[in-house]
Design a protein around this ligand. Structure first.
Ligand SMILES: *Cc1c(COP(=O)(O)O)cnc(C)c1O
Length: 237
């Protein structure tokens, strides 16, 4: 089992995002092998929030194509230029979405991981119809039932996924969660995997810099890694 990022010598996270990605992918493959899952069956979403295009570019140039951003406006400022150069990239929205930004989100993102309430489902459905696009969609589940955190309560997840299809014509691909900061993440990952199975969904976005190996062992198809790829985020102005 690989060490979580916070328990490692910080010098493990080097200055080159491409080298960090290669190391993380090797660690993921080792974790997958231990769990009896095929190598390469977890996609690394490199979370580039708060990093500028110059910092992101080396990862693109090394061939990485899957990136995550948590703010629509920030992504709109950075990614259209990069997409002109790397047309096959996949951009994933991993932060909370306001309904008045649903149109911008559908225009910008290939996958929206944070469908978390009926109002957002309705706004996304309208934007998707209008733009004729078909972004991938995940439902965010608030596995820790934290009052301040976005996401559908675990008990309501199955009904919400069904309502997205029935009431809005939205096809949901999978589930996403952000476990409580101080909890052992494993039970949250296991719960998300169980819910996805109940709902018949195959995509599981779970695991961040500190716990991606555990997430891979518990069935993640996507891990979202920021600091582990790009180093500490610059202080937000
Ligand atoms: C920032 C962020 C991440 C990445 O966090 P790190 O600890 O830097 O890997 C993952 N998921 C979400 C939803 C985030 O906002």
């Amino acid at each position: 089992m690989t060490l979580p990022v916070q328990d490692r010598d910080p010098s493990d996270i080097g200055p080159d995002p491409a080298e960090n990605l290669a190391r993380i992918k090797a660690e993921l493959d080792a974790a997958l092998e231990e769990a009896g899952r095929p190598a390469g069956s977890v996609t690394v979403t490199a979370v580039s929030k708060q990093h500028d295009a110059a910092r992101i570019l080396p990862a693109l140039e090394a061939g990485h194509r899957v990136f995550g951003e948590n703010r629509v406006q920030e992504a709109a400022a950075k990614w259209p230029d990069l997409r002109e150069r790397f047309s096959d990239l996949e951009l994933r929205l991993i932060g909370p979405l306001q309904s008045n930004k649903a149109g911008d989100a559908v225009a910008l993102f290939d996958v929206i991981e944070t469908v978390d309430r009926p109002k957002i489902a309705a706004a996304l459905a309208a934007a998707i119809r209008k733009q004729g696009k078909t972004p991938g969609l995940l439902v965010q589940v608030n596995t820790g039932e934290e009052p301040q955190k976005a996401g559908i309560a675990p008990a309501d997840a199955e009904a919400f996924v069904a309502a997205c299809a029935r009431e809005h014509g939205l096809s949901i691909d999978g589930l996403m969660c952000i476990p409580p900061l101080d909890d052992d993440p494993a039970p949250h990952f296991a719960l998300l995997a169980k819910l996805a199975k109940t709902c018949g969904l195959s995509v599981l976005s779970m695991g961040m810099s500190a716990d991606y190996a555990i997430a891979a062992q518990l069935g993640a198809t996507h891990v979202r890694i920021g600091a582990g790829v790009f180093g500490p985020r610059p202080v937000r102005r």
